[in-house]
Design a protein around this ligand. Structure first.
Ligand SMILES: [Fe+2]
Length: 309
């Protein structure tokens, strides 16, 4: 029996990993052990600090449920999610760039007809009309693409979020739209607003403790999928947000910023189903073909349910 020392404890842990461990799991666990041990050495972590970290993780779990994913938010505020998406974009060259899923995605949003008002006729906020096309890499429209999208209401909360002050219908500000042969999509909503990520849980301790603000620039979330194409998980950011350069979760990319033009034209307002002036946002999505994607919706559901269980 050899005494454990600072210099041999890392190898002692690495050596007990069985040789027939799944290769990817082995690679991840070995790197996790090496890097976490180096981290402890670098900051000379105390036993109390390690215990604090363990309880912090426990609290991340305790505050989470099917409508709140504090673990996702933790990865987001630490920039881990942004880094993973940046690395993934190396494989998705030419497609619309990706961004965070965020902690407020919900499965099961209802199918909506094109033109539907996902705000469910909210009496607050600025009316907005969003439209564009879904194209392949050659610029041809793609039929049968699902756009599963979600945003906050004008009161800065997602409809199911803890603390949400208004009695919104389930799945307000959410919906699934399916493109026709022209690849077009269009829907009505309210102009997205800046909002703070929740700070009443352990992630708030990080933000407050390190002097960071909790704001995200106004955005719409999109999951866009069809068999035979790489799924796009992204966000569209309002060009007039003051938080584009300081997103609390590092999701902004230049190519994902869109202007909302104010349209004061009674004829167009009537055509789109508004009573007065409205804002218009236009964006075309580009999907990269990938024959290996066979059941895009199920694959995404599996991933989403993995993240919350
Ligand atoms: Fe969001």
């Amino acid at each position: 029996m050899r005494d454990l020392t600072e210099s041999n404890v890392t190898d002692a842990v690495l050596n007990v990993i069985a040789d027939d461990t799944n290769p990817r799991l082995k690679e991840i666990m070995e790197a996790l052990i090496r890097h976490s041990h180096d981290f402890i050495r670098e900051v000379n972590l105390s036993p109390d600090e390690l215990l604090y970290a363990a309880r912090f993780i426990q609290n991340v779990g305790h505050i989470s449920d099917d409508k709140r994913e504090e673990g996702v938010l933790l990865g987001d505020v630490l920039g881990m999610t942004a880094l993973v998406e940046i690395l993934g974009d190396r494989e998705r060259t030419g497609a619309t760039e990706s961004s965070l899923l965020g902690p407020f995605y919900r499965e099961g949003a209802p199918a909506r007809e094109m033109g539907f008002d996902i705000s469910l006729d909210d009496d607050e906020g600025e009316p907005a009309f969003l439209q564009g096309r879904v194209l392949d890499s050659d610029g041809n429209p793609i039929e049968g693409v699902i756009l599963d999208l979600w945003q906050t209401s004008p009161n800065m909360f997602y409809e199911a979020q803890v603390g949400q002050p208004k009695d919104y219908e389930d799945y307000a500000y959410r919906g699934k739209f399916k493109t026709g042969a022209d690849g077009r999509y269009w829907f009505r909503s309210r102009k997205p607003v800046d909002y703070p990520v929740p700070t009443d849980g352990p992630v708030g301790l990080i933000l407050h403790g390190t002097g960071r603000h909790s704001w995200r620039p106004a955005h719409l979330h999109y999951l866009i999928y069809k068999d035979g194409f790489q799924t796009i998980q992204t966000e569209m950011f309002n060009s007039d947000s003051k938080y584009l350069d300081s997103d609390a979760v590092f999701g902004v990319k230049e190519s994902l910023i869109i202007p909302y033009e104010k349209i004061d034209d009674p004829a167009r307002a009537e055509e789109y189903g508004f009573n007065g002036p409205f804002y218009e946002g236009i964006f075309d999505f580009v999907m990269k073909d990938d024959a290996s994607v066979k059941d895009a919706e199920a694959a995404y559901s599996e991933r989403a349910s993995m993240s919350s269980s």
